[in-house]
Ligand binder design. Structure first.
Ligand SMILES: C[S@@+](CC[C@H](N)C(=O)[O-])C[C@H]1O[C@@H](n2cnc3c(N)ncnc32)[C@H](O)[C@@H]1O
Ligand SMILES: [Zn+2]
Ligand SMILES: [Zn+2]
Ligand SMILES: [Zn+2]
Length: 464
């Protein structure tokens, strides 16, 4: 089932296979999941991570072994074969993964991420998501960080260079499996891995000097002679990968959310635009329309705009020897928007929600019913598509109320889960926010790393 590796009043870390540990956790006990599982075919992690799945538990397995190869983390496989500088770096991190199948019951034994095809990886993901659905409260939210990968020539099945579409297959199948896909956030990496990518081009034929790394102009050969000394390079160009995905998934259409803690700054231009059509003058013939506009729901907070579905922050290079740690900003956003900062009913577990007070109208754009549409941009529309103005209000969060009728004044703190905890970034952020958290990792080294990082935070800073 996995052993409890570490526990303190706010944090639990389990050493074991995520699916097994999840099965041992109580149902409906988690408020938000933030995680980044091992991606398909990308890299190997410390220690033996092989797990048996999809088989007959009573079978005495007879394993047949094949080898899957990790995708080099830099450059495409063609570069690897050409022996360029890129390939040398790539080779340095290339690791072979073992893949075993039982000839008796069809069970598979391999590390998560080392399946024989992306489809197999996706089905395994769906199985883990089922375990997560059981422990997640009905009003909880899952944030699943996932990257895509290309079919490589080493891998059986698929067309080399074709995108696997892993995030989309997961979203698609998870939806069939009952999940609500609420958003596919694009995490734009400010500092992505460079990739060597070229299109088709002619180039002066060069030849390598024997035993050296330098190249010189070819004196002439069958390949370049017919082309004035040029050779044609047919690269398979594409844009450099500069993003990953974060799937936001829920168990139903009714789940807890809080826009307030992660608002983005309003752009100066949208405030200016609204002020341009300012209704603040009570003598204005438009002033009476304010109530009307309010009922249309075109109200915007002057405290900032709602967070967009494109998130931009750099990957954090960490001193910790782990390839793929989150930047702290990623779990911070996911947690803050999906957890009640006030807490939860100790009896039924329902979240407390903010009491919002609509303050004064700070700015309001005009309605084109009365004015020419002489500026574009951030307007609102209603019903039949008629244009209305939008109001910016000073929206104040003045307190909290329970969302259940249990009538209990105390609250318990929310619980964050990361089933692939790695270096423990999610746990660290949760602890800094004064929340309870559970982390799982199959590698003892990473459990230890998470523990050390969590212990490093002396006191949970109560931010509310
Ligand atoms: C991408 S890393 C997570 C990085 C993490 N978000 C961080 O900030 O450090 C994926 C982690 O999943 C772990 N892992 C792999 N297979 C697992 C399994 N079956 N159960 C639990 N953890 C597993 C690996 O050891 C690795 O630490
Ligand atoms: Zn078997
Ligand atoms: Zn030549
Ligand atoms: Zn209650």
């Amino acid at each position: 089932m996995g052993e409890c590796y570490y526990t303190d009043p706010s944090t639990e870390i389990y050493l074991g296979n995520a699916s097994d540990v999840l099965r041992s956790l109580p149902a409906d006990s988690v408020n938000v999941v933030v995680t980044s599982p091992p991606y398909f075919g990308l890299r190997s992690y410390e220690g033996n991570q092989e797990v048996i799945w999809n088989g007959d538990g009573s079978c005495e397995h007879l394993w047949e072994t094949t080898i899957t190869v990790d995708k080099p983390t830099l450059g495409e496989t063609s570069a690897l074969r050409r022996g360029s500088t890129v390939s040398k770096i790539a080779k340095a991190v290339e690791v072979k993964g073992l893949y075993h199948t039982c000839s008796k019951c069809g069970a598979v034994k391999c590390s998560f991420g080392h399946e024989s095809s992306s489809d197999e990886y996706v089905s395994r993901t769906i199985e883990i998501l089922r375990e997560i659905r059981r422990v997640l409260r009905p009003d909880g939210v899952v944030w699943w960080n996932i990257d895509d990968t290309y079919v490589t020539s080493q891998r059986s099945g698929g067309k080399p260079r074709d995108l696997c579409l892993v995030p989309f297959k997961i979203a698609h199948l998870a939806q069939y499996d009952g999940w609500f896909i609420r958003s596919i956030v694009i995490w734009e990496k400010v500092n992505p891995m460079p990739e060597s990518l070229h299109g088709w081009y002619w180039e002066k034929h060069k030849k390598r000097i024997k035993g050296k790394t330098e190249y010189v102009d070819c004196p002439g050969c069958d390949r370049c002679n017919p082309n004035n000394g040029y050779v044609l390079k047919r690269g398979s160009w594409r844009p450099t990968e500069g993003h990953e995905y974060i799937l936001m998934m829920t168990k139903s259409g009714k789940y807890y959310g809080d826009a307030e803690p992660i608002r983005e700054p309003l752009s100066d231009s949208s405030i200016e635009r609204a002020k341009y059509g300012w209704y603040g003058d009570t003598e204005s013939p438009y002033y009476h329309q304010l109530g009307h506009l309010d009922t249309l729901g075109q109200r915007f907070s002057i405290n900032g705009r709602n967070i967009r579905s494109i998130w931009r922050f750099p990957t954090e290079s960490s001193r910790l020897s782990h390839y793929a740690a989150f930047p702290k900003e990623l779990p911070r956003r996911c947690i803050l928007s999906s957890i009640s900062q006030k807490g939860y009913c100790p009896k039924c577990g329902a979240p407390w929600a903010r009491i919002i007070e609509k303050g004064n109208v700070i700015a309001c754009s005009k309605s084109s019913k009365y004015e020419d549409r002489d500026y574009g941009g951030n307007q609102g529309y209603y019903g039949d598509g008629e244009y209305v103005g939008i109001t910016y209000r000073d929206i104040k969060s003045i307190g909290w109320r329970p969302t259940c009728k249990c009538g209990i004044d105390e609250t318990k703190t929310g619980v964050v889960l990361d089933p692939f905890v790695g270096t423990g970034t999610t746990l660290v952020v949760a602890k800094e926010l004064g929340l309870r958290s559970i982390g799982i990792d199959i590698s003892e080294k990473y459990c230890e790393m998470s523990k050390e990082r969590v212990e490093g935070i002396s006191l949970p800073m109560k931010l509310w």
